[in-house]
Design a protein around this ligand. Structure first.
Ligand SMILES: CC(C)(COP(=O)(O)OP(=O)(O)OC[C@H]1O[C@@H](n2cnc3c(N)ncnc32)[C@H](O)[C@@H]1OP(=O)(O)O)[C@@H](O)C(=O)NCCC(=O)NCCS
Length: 150
């Protein structure tokens, strides 16, 4: 694995994040219905976002929410979005991003991280399970709720 590091979003990196590409068929997995509904209001105090760089190139983005008072348990410590550029998928960038997220969750005193995703061909199911998430529930929209215990 090359020279990976994380940075906060900045004027320089946001352009790279906004132009991260997807492989054909991945579009429908990016924002599960539960997230589209829950994330209409984003509170800067509880949201965490990091850009993943390889050298100077933006290769990925990860965001999460940490809010012990969120009404629904699923959203108290939750991975909101993870996206690795199509050309950089399959070489450990996603795993690296999840490792950073886990460190952050621990530092904030959480004992788990949740993710909600749609199962299906071309989706992130195998990735999430490979990096340690275990399915624990299902949403009313039929999405998988999976969790890593820290
Ligand atoms: C899901 C995604 C973030 C994975 O990132 P990535 O950088 O390709 O993943 P990594 O290379 O770090 O893979 C980590 C592990 O998962 C496995 N994995 C990743 N994608 C996989 C797939 N489609 N099928 C099977 N295994 C997969 C890898 O083999 C690797 O296993 P290993 O470490 O034991 O060898 C990336 O494919 C992506 O951006 N997808 C589009 C956006 C998306 O669907 N996001 C999730 C929305 S909630």
């Amino acid at each position: 694995m090359a020279d990976l590091r994380v940075e906060e979003l900045s004027a320089t990196t946001i352009v790279g994040v906004n132009t991260l590409s997807l492989k054909p068929g991945q579009e429908r997995f990016v924002t599960p219905e539960s997230y589209a509904i829950a994330a209409t209001v984003v509170d800067p105090a509880t949201s965490w976002q990091r850009v993943i760089l390889d050298g100077d190139e933006v290769v990925g983005f990860v965001s999460a929410g940490f809010d012990a008072d969120a009404p629904h348990e699923h959203f108290r410590s939750v991975l909101w979005r993870i996206n690795v550029d199509a050309d950089d998928q399959g070489r450990g960038v996603g795993r690296y991003a999840v490792d950073q997220l886990i460190d952050e969750a621990r530092a904030r005193g959480f004992d788990h991280v949740n993710v909600i995703y749609e199962a299906g061909e071309g989706g992130p199911d195998a990735f999430f399970q490979r990096v340690g998430f275990t399915p624990v529930d299902e949403t009313e929209y039929g999405e998988v709720v999976a969790q890593i215990k820290l």
